[in-house]
Design a protein around this ligand. Sequence first.
Ligand SMILES: [Fe+2]
Length: 289
Amino acid sequence: MKIAIITDIHHGPQSHTKEAGWDALAVIRDFIWHAGEQRADLVLDLGDRISDTSRDTDRQVTAEVAEVFRTFHGPRYHVLGNHDVSNLTIEDSEEILGQSMQSQVVDLGETRLILWQPGVKITVGVGFPHVVPGLPWLVDALNADERPAIIATHVPLSGHSQIGNYYFESNPQYSTYPDHAVVREAVEATGRAALWLSGHVHWNTVTNVRGVKHLTVQSVSERFTTYPNGAAAFAMLEIADGGFIIDVHGNDPFHARLPFRKSGDRPWMSPLGPFGERAAQRQTERESA
Ligand SMILES: [Fe+2]
């Protein structure tokens, strides 16, 4: 099973975070060629296809991205990112990309891909919305099937550190959802998730939280980790023989190989409570002995 992944394309106007003369469409063409050449089973785009400006321009640049995606001869799936909903409606993206932008489950045989689409609209000064209202759908989808699941969201929910991140070191509330811990806990309780794929934070990371491997993939257009060049990043995820390999191509290369199994197959021990409380409890036990 091979999944070709691309994220945070940010096709649109030039900015200081992009290399001069940057052409995101050229990278998507490389990505689609590579996906075909490697016989990827599907293409997965994790959102933020554009850098938003106005509704008309956003429709135009989204259409340019969609035109390149259509050259892939196989299934492709897209999720919404925050920049995809700044000026566009969900229906705009559905019309231009020719597919539903609702949460859905894709049967991949040995595994399944759960495209979870909670709200991605950022409120300036606040951050992302709470997503717990959409959690029952996700838990039901996980529980509906014994097979290990891959979850895909634009925004990561690993809770990983943003220290060193150009955008989010000083703005961590914009890097994830305010209730990410509640969502993780509910997903972990099902024991059915193996991998969680996200974009948004514009860097490559693996964060293993209680057996669920959360991966984030570098943005196509980013250059804060590859200055002065753009990252030109895209990835191939291969699942075989009880393991997975993620390979990020381009100027910010990344490679990881880990077991692929649902978290419930090897549950972690529960974390200790605060050490201070433990010491106090022991002291009380000694005094009352
Ligand atoms: Fe984003």
